[in-house]
Design a protein around this ligand. Structure first.
Ligand SMILES: C[S@@+](CC[C@H](N)C(=O)[O-])C[C@H]1O[C@@H](n2cnc3c(N)ncnc32)[C@H](O)[C@@H]1O
Length: 203
């Protein structure tokens, strides 16, 4: 669930969304996410749930990429920009949409969990686990509330379109309900104060 009124409504436009992300330091964040958490290997199979405009592809080597997003506008932009780099579908990822697909080495959910209520997160986690190879990983990143965070970060995190921003403890607990092996950390950003929870769940 997300708020789409006022200023936040314009974020539905792919170009404005990408510009806003860049302003918030997305280049450095994506680079860090890929290097430290995705750790891509050429040719690996990657499922990107809530891929948006698929900008993560700018940071990845050649691999087998399948992106899904609920927004047709974001998917159209991904198709324009990254044609030939993967498949892009406007759909909510469900068991049915993945049927017949071989398992994945990595499932990504970048900025997705905080849009979903606990039950939907649990469904996403179960789906991610069932579509991973043994030893495969789910990597997530979301805004996060933290008692040590800068008040500006707390304010900005609270203004997110997602209506389910959680604390690190809450995100971790959800991860642990489905995966036995869960690692994560709260990252405090300083360019524009902000806090992210990054989680790595291994099957
Ligand atoms: C904050 S955006 C992040 C987009 C992209 N991952 C990125 O890093 O730029 C969250 C995205 O998740 C998508 N989304 C939310 N719930 C979803 C669901 N159940 N299935 C697929 N996409 C979903 C939204 O349409 C939105 O594009």
């Amino acid at each position: 669930m997300q708020v789409n009124t006022g200023l936040r409504s314009v974020l539905g436009h792919p170009a404005i969304y990408d510009f806003f992300q860049t302003l918030m330091g997305s280049d450095r964040i994506r680079r860090e996410l890929v290097t430290d958490y995705v750790r891509p290997v050429e040719g690996m199979r990657l499922l990107d749930i809530g891929c948006g405009t698929a900008r993560i592809l700018d940071y990845l080597p050649p691999l087998i990429y399948h992106g899904f997003d609920l927004s047709q506008e974001y998917i159209d932009e991904a198709l324009l920009r990254y044609s030939g780099r993967g498949t892009f579908r406007c759909a909510m990822v469900e068991e049915a949409t993945l049927q017949g697909e071989p398992s994945y080495d990595l499932v990504l959910a970048v900025g997705v969990l905080h849009h979903l209520d606990d039950e939907s997160v649990s469904q996403l986690l179960v789906l991610a686990k069932s579509s991973l190879k043994d030893g495969g990983r789910l990597v997530t990143i979301d805004p996060c509330f933290d008692k040590d965070q800068n008040p500006i970060a707390r304010f900005l995190v609270g203004k997110d379109r997602g209506q389910n921003v959680r604390t690190a403890v809450q995100y971790r607990e959800l991860g642990c309900n489905t995966f036995e092996q869960v690692a994560g950390e709260a990252k405090h950003r300083s360019w524009i104060p902000y806090t992210h929870w990054i989680m790595e769940c291994t099957r």
